[in-house]
Design a protein around this ligand. Sequence first.
Ligand code: NAD
Length: 417
Amino acid sequence: MSEEINPFESLREQVDDAAAHLDVRPGTLERLKRPERVLETNLSVELDDGSIEMFRAYRSQFNGARGPYKGGIRYHPGVSRDEVKALSGWMAYKCAVVDIPYGGGKGGIVVDPDDYSEAELERLTRAFATELRPIIGENRDIPAPDVNTGRREMNWIKDTYETLENTTEPGVITGKAPESGGSAGRVEATGRSVMLTAREAFDYLEKEIEGATVAVQGYGNAGSIAAKLLEDRGASVVAVSDSSGAAYDPDGLDAQAVKERKDETGDVVDYDAPETLSNEELLTLDVDLLVPAALENAIDADLAADVRADVIVEAANGPLTPDADDVLTERDVSVFPDILANAGGVTVSYFEWVQNRQRFYWSEQRVNDELETVIVDAFDRLTTTFEDRDLPNFRTAAYVVAIDRVLRASEQGGVWP
Ligand code: NAD
């Protein structure tokens, strides 16, 4: 259920909603709603047939008050200036809510990577890395993977940067392969923080996670790992979906078996479940926990009126439209927001950067333990703020915590010149 919503306007609205509960001067408020700078560049790339094609690319650096900018690079035909601006803002507030020392960044190239060969994508990535070189660095701006990019692209960017700078600086980028300085536990990190948020949420709401029924929309990296880890904690994952539709078993699916089937055929509906559902039916199932883990704006106000889950933990970025959020607040559905629940990815990226800088690598157990500490501390701070300030919902509480941290760091720096 996607609406035509400008993500940058959504970000600005979320900041306004939270800032209403803080003492922020108007000029300062505007500062919290715009990136510090946006690089817009046009990359010329030679294709395999010898022709030249131009690609538009962006990098937005949102707020450097708390540390270097940090955020992914996406390759998608829908990338736009406003989208990267919004995503960089969400990264800044996500890093602040879990209290890791970064500002937000985000970048993207307007491209459908399926239309190009690996050699063409390598030339495109290296062209972008060359443009990014003056503004990135382990103390400036640290990119990471996002939609349609992964270890391969990160390794190309690292190699281009290190070659041009004549240095060894693995911390310039995160999401690398382990052999190139990647961290243990990074692949599972987002699903793990979703599970930890759900576990803490159920505990806070005095509900049992054991035996709780769960529906997961989107069965990729974040959704499938969250489902498996929730199942390990005794929850019953009754429905999971991808763009093909949903597999449903009221008695509980086998999360790992569904994942293996999807890996074989590409579709969760190929799993031998008693029933299949549409995505809309999955989102309105009567379950204890709903985990949207696919795309932004998956639930609009109309659909929100029909949601029957008691608790929503957002694995995807921005899966609820602002209107849907209002409807769910009105209906007393507890929504635990993306900037906390999926912050495991950036938190373990931070651990990767720390390990790169120290040239000292941690065990997976240590990564998981440190991540648990970060998420549980952030959850406690969020719920304390929610209660102390009598806030309308947990999303506003997350933004109040995050904006307060960014604001204090910015104000301590003052305005210069
Ligand atoms: P992914 O590509 O691995 O998985 C996405 C899944 O969603 C796929 O199974 C796809 O089939 C499914 N999907 C697409 N359209 C759908 C639709 N209309 N209905 C149902 N399912 C649909 O992506 P991912 O890495 O798991 O990311 C998912 C979300 O989580 C995104 O919003 C992403 O920004 C967010 N996120 C991911 C990470 C991470 O580390 N992977 C970190 C932070 C946030």
